[in-house]
Design a binder for this molecule. Sequence first.
Ligand code: GLU
Length: 498
Amino acid sequence: MTPAPVRVRFAPSPTGFLHIGGARTALLNWLFARHSGGSFILRIEDTDRNRLTAGAVEGLMDALRWLGLEWDEGPDKGGPHGPYVQSERKALYHAWANGLLEQGKAYKCWATPEELQRAREIAQKSRGGKIAGYERIYRFISDAERAQVQAERGDAYVIRFAMPLEGETVVHDRVRGKIVFDNADQSDTVLLKSDGFPTYHLAMAVDDHFMQISHVMRSDEWVPSLALHQQLYEAFGWPAPEWVHLPVILNPTGKGKLSKRKPPVDEKGNPIPVMVHEYRELGYLPEALVNFLTNIGYSFGDDREVFTVEETIGRFDLRRINPASGTFPMQKLIWLNGKYIADLTDEDFITRVTPFLQAAYGERFEAASLHAITPFIKERVNPLMQAVALIKFLYVYDPSPAEELIMKKMDAAQTSTILERSHALLSTIEPFVHTATEPPMRDLVEALGFKPGQVFGTLRQAVTGQLVSPPLFESMEVMGKATSLQRLAEAQARLAAG
Ligand code: GLU
C-alpha cells in the first residue's frame, strides 16, 4: 500500500500579527510538505468571534509570503477541500456535532455560569481538589428531565463531548513518543458553543479529517487537549492523523516561553521583537530568519548553522525535531542576518535597502549615491534599517556644531589647521577617488604630528555631520569633490565664528 500523501496545515487564528513561534510552526509544516512532495494548506481558524482582529488575515498572509512559505490551498487560492475559513464551514460542524448527539457520544448542556461555578465548588469540597468532570451536570439526567429542560431553556445550550469515564487514552506523538492519559482526569469539553460556533477542538478535528490532513504539526501547548482530540476521532470513527507536537520556543535567557504578553529580552537584557513584521520592518532578511527558525529545536546532526532553504528542504526529517524546548538565541539571529546581508550581490542589497531609505528620506533619496556607497556599507548595516542613519549625510546634511568638530585633546586652533590644510590638499587631487585621496591625507596627518583618529574624526564630522559614517575617504568620493570641499570650508567658518 502506498502511504497517503503528506498533507499538512498551518491554522492560525486571525487575532493579530504572525508571532515568531507561529512562523516556526508554519515553517516546519512547509518544509515537511516540500520535502515530501506533499501539500501545505493554510486554514483560518476564526471561530472565536470575540478575538477577531480586522486585517489580521491579510497580515498573516503577508508575513507568510514574505518568509517564502507559499501555501498550496487556502482561503485566497481555494482548493479541493475548501472553504478554508472555519466560519464558512459551520454547517459541517453542526452536522457532525449532531451526529455525536444522536449516538449519545455528546450531550446538550444548559448550565449557566452560576450553575457551573456551584458544581465546581461542590466538587472541590467533596473530592479533595480533584474537580475533573464537575461540569457533567446534564450528562446523566433522564430523558424526561432532559425534555423538561429543553422545554424550559430551549436553545440556550452548548454541546459537550462525553469523555469516557474510565480507562486510558493512549496517543503516539512523533516527537514525544507514547503519551498516556488517565480518562478519569479529563473533562467534558464544549464542542459547539451557544453562539452556534464550534470550539477549536471540534472544528480542528472535522477540518483535519475532511481536508485529509496526514500530520497535525502544531505547538505542544495542545498536548493537554490530546486525549480529547484522540477520543473525538474515535467517536467519529475516523483514523486520527499523525500527531507532531512542536516544543515551544523559550526566551533568549532560557527562562519562560517567548510570548507577546511579556516582552522578551535578549541575552544582554535588551527587548526583542516577537512579531515577524517587526523583524521585517527592522531589515532582517527573510532567508536569515528562515534559516534561524529552522535551527531552533531542530538539528541536521552536524555543526553547521547556515543552510539554504533548498538544502533544508532536501534534508528535512521529522525525527530531527528536538523534544526539548529550544531558546531563541538573538545574537545568533543577528550574526546570521549580517552574514546573509554581506553575501547579497550589490544589486540585491540595493533593491532591499532602497525602501528603507525612501521611507526615511522621501524625495531626497536618490539611487546613484546609494549605488556608489553600497560596496562600502554592505558589511556594516545589520539590520538593513541601520543604513538610514549610516548614510544619512548623502540625503540630509545636518552640520555638526563647532564644538563637535573638536576631537578629544585638541583645541579650536588645531582643528582649524586640520580643516584648512585638508581643504588645501584635497582641492589639488584629481580624480577625487579614495585611492587617490587617502595616502596623501595620511602623510598630512603625520606631517602635522596628530593621530589619524583626531584628524579623521574632525573631517568626518565636517563632511557628514555624523559621529559614525562609512569609511571617510570612500564617503567623500561618493559625495563628490565639490560637496566635500564646501562642507570642509563651511565647517572651518563655523569654527571661526563659534
Ligand atoms: N488556531 C490554532 C491556534 O492558533 C491552531 C492550532 C493548530 O495548529 O491546530 O493556536
